[in-house]
Write a protein that binds this ligand. Structure first.
Ligand code: UVW
Length: 289
């Protein structure tokens, strides 16, 4: 897949100004410095005469009396805060997960089945195909909440002269990620996300697609046309087929390059973090052409 050595990062930043509000079950990342540049000025002196200094404080003091300076930090965030993979334990219905495992396997200690660390240790590396729906429509982005139907996926493959086959990862560009910067409001951005229609499930199944990722919040469209079912494509793909979803990806620079050279297939390297028992993972996926 890699012919010219061109590299495209597909992840968005993990930061406080992300797509989530402060009152949702998901929040933006909280990034905290645990050791910072100012510490060298203040702690070096303070620790010297501090009679309650324990071994860690003493070690810091030794650093600051030497030439060496360093910084450390930590992050508190939902694993779904920004660019992510959904594990196969992320959604289910009728008390069953993918492969017939009981929903009770997802416990407060983590998922004991289908967790993200059960993805092959080699990670997720495959041929990927970008389907640029926005460009196909000649628009900056697909209309808010609109569902993308299988016939359009066929038309895009034919126009882009690319085939989707077994084991591929399909990247769906709706153009919606760019709207986040324009809207400046994650709630409006999330509420309007266009994406795949639930009818795309059969299209993906027939081609034996391994995973799907998109530049929106849920891969599927905000408007759900199945009565009484939220996230129908999630249920069909993740729960019924074992097909992982990648969400909140930035496909802009990759799509611009594909439009220039007409090559819509690439190598994708997107290993999840091996968080034991987690139902998803943050990632920084890389595409190479
Ligand atoms: C839910 O919102 C439940 O899932 P996702 O983040 O995969 O869209």
């Amino acid at each position: 897949m890699v012919r010219e050595g061109k590299v495209f990062p597909l992840g968005v930043n993990f930061e406080a100004n992300g797509v989530w509000p402060g009152n949702f079950f998901r929040r933006n990342p909280i990034h905290v410095m645990t050791v910072d540049g100012g510490d060298s000025a203040t702690l070096a002196a303070a620790l010297q005469g501090w009679d309650r200094a324990g071994p860690t404080d003493q070690m810091l003091g030794e650093y600051y009396r030497s030439l060496t300076r360093f910084a450390d930090d930590m992050i508190v965030m939902p694993l779904q805060a920004a660019t992510q993979w959904d594990a196969l334990s992320h959604v289910w219905y009728e008390d069953l997960l993918y492969n017939g495992f009981p929903a009770s396997a997802v416990t407060s200690l983590g998922a004991t089945k289908n967790s993200i660390d059960r993805v092959d240790v080699k990670g997720i590396v495959s041929r990927a195909v970008l389907l640029d729906v926005a460009r196909h429509r000649g628009r900056d982005h697909v209309e808010p909440n609109e569902g993308i139907e299988p016939a359009e996926l066929d038309a895009i493959c034919s126009r882009q002269q690319v085939e989707v086959g077994a084991g591929d990862i399909v990247l769906i560009r709706t153009g919606w990620w760019s709207r986040f910067a324009e809207l400046g409001d994650g709630t409006a951005w999330r509420a309007g996300c266009p994406g795949l229609s639930w009818k795309a499930a059969e299209w993906l199944y027939r081609r034996e697609v391994a995973a799907v990722a998109a530049d929106n919040v849920a891969v599927e469209a905000g408007r759900r046309d199945v009565d009484g079912v939220q996230l129908p494509l999630h249920l069909l793909c993740l729960r019924d087929m074992g097909m992982m979803f990648g969400e909140i990806w930035n496909l802009e620079s990759l799509a611009a390059d594909c439009a220039l050279d007409g090559i819509y297939e690439m190598q994708l390297v997107a290993p999840p973090l091996r968080v034991t028992g987690a139902v998803g993972s943050p990632i920084n996926p890389i595409a190479m052409k």
